[in-house]
Design a binder for this molecule. Structure first.
Ligand SMILES: Nc1ncnc2c1ncn2[C@@H]1O[C@H](COP(=O)(O)OP(=O)(O)OP(=O)(O)O)[C@@H](O)[C@H]1O
Ligand SMILES: [Mg+2]
Length: 295
């Protein structure tokens, strides 16, 4: 049972269905790049308040763990009520940008996230001052905007508006902003030299055949309750998984899960080349081509 983490071994005595259930759940797996991003975010939290707070733009391909990282980070800074004053503080706020670049909807998503009642029809200026007032009151240090490419999409003038909104919030509140998104977001930010200076881009690259990738596979294996060792890090297996996943952690995770479930159902109890080949699997690029054809 050396192939399993100690607390996972006890799952082997459970029913197949219980094991399958467990496998399907999402669990955090640490890897060096995620730790690096965490440390960078931590640095922002510890930064003294200045008139030019540093910001970060976390950039990466889709399905590669960006949201999972910022979500986990936010949970390490939960809301607290200061004992001396009884005042509620929310050090980190994570919002999802609205799907279209609309300033009012952006403010609405912050207010919604905080569960603050607001009137949909209020003017932009009213919303903006409400958001400023609340974030100041909550002593927020970090505003994380996920899917930031949505609000930076559209015409150049739309982009400008939003870049100004971000600048305004950062300047007025003296907080750090973390944008999370795809390369499009990065291109948009780079059109504004002032912002480009203040946003440090951090990439979450796709996985490649190297030590880090093999370690990731080893971690997946270590936490997947199968009775036999799969030895996912064997070159052939690792190469097949990398090819099927096209290098994103979301797809790697999905493949390992599907294969593990199959290995339990067939009684094989380990992920082998033939289990992988038997999966009804289409690589993400194939799926995209297919859905484009259907449109
Ligand atoms: N650290 C991790 N440990 C285990 N699984 C992970 C981890 N990070 C990501 N995953 C898996 O990858 C999936 C995709 O991650 P996530 O939603 O963070 O991607 P993303 O980069 O935000 O994608 P998008 O740009 O489409 O929003 C997760 O649902 C999870 O299954
Ligand atoms: Mg995401």
């Amino acid at each position: 049972m050396e192939h399993l983490k100690a607390e996972i071994r006890e799952y082997l005595s459970k029913t197949d269905n219980e094991r399958i259930q467990y496998i399907k759940e999402n669990r955090w797996i640490g890897y060096p790049r995620a730790k690096y991003v965490f440390d960078k975010l931590e640095e922002l939290m510890l930064h003294p308040i200045t008139h030019r707070m540093p910001n970060i733009l976390l950039v990466g391909d889709t399905n590669n763990g960006k949201t999972v990282i910022v979500d986990r980070f936010q949970k390490t800074y939960p809301p607290v009520t200061r004992e001396e004053t009884g005042v509620l503080e929310i050090p980190v706020i994570l919002v999802q940008a609205p799907p279209i670049p609309d300033e009012k909807r952006f403010y609405n998503s912050i207010l919604d996230r905080l569960g603050i009642p607001h009137r949909i029809n209020d003017r932009i200026e009213t919303k903006q001052s409400q958001v400023l007032h609340i974030l100041r009151h909550l002593n927020t240090k970090l505003l994380i905007i996920d899917e930031i490419q949505h609000i930076l999409a559209g015409s150049t003038s739309r982009q400008r508006t939003f870049l100004n909104v971000i600048k305004y919030l950062a300047n007025e509140l003296r907080i750090s902003i973390v944008g999370v998104g795809t390369k499009d977001a990065m291109n948009a930010i780079q059109t504004d030299s002032q912002l480009a200076n203040r946003f440090e881009p951090i990439h979450l690259p796709k996985w490649q055949m190297n030590e880090e990738y093999l370690r990731l596979l080893a971690s997946f294996e270590y936490t997947t309750p199968l009775k036999k060792p799969s030895n996912l890090i064997a070159v052939e297996t690792a190469t097949i998984i990398l090819g099927m996943s096209e290098g994103s952690i979301g797809e790697i995770s999905k493949i390992v899960k599907k294969a593990a479930v199959e290995a339990i159902r067939t009684g094989e109890e380990k992920i082998t080349k033939s289990v992988l080949k038997s999966l009804d699997w289409r690589a993400p690029s194939e799926r995209r081509t297919l859905s484009n054809k259907m449109i």
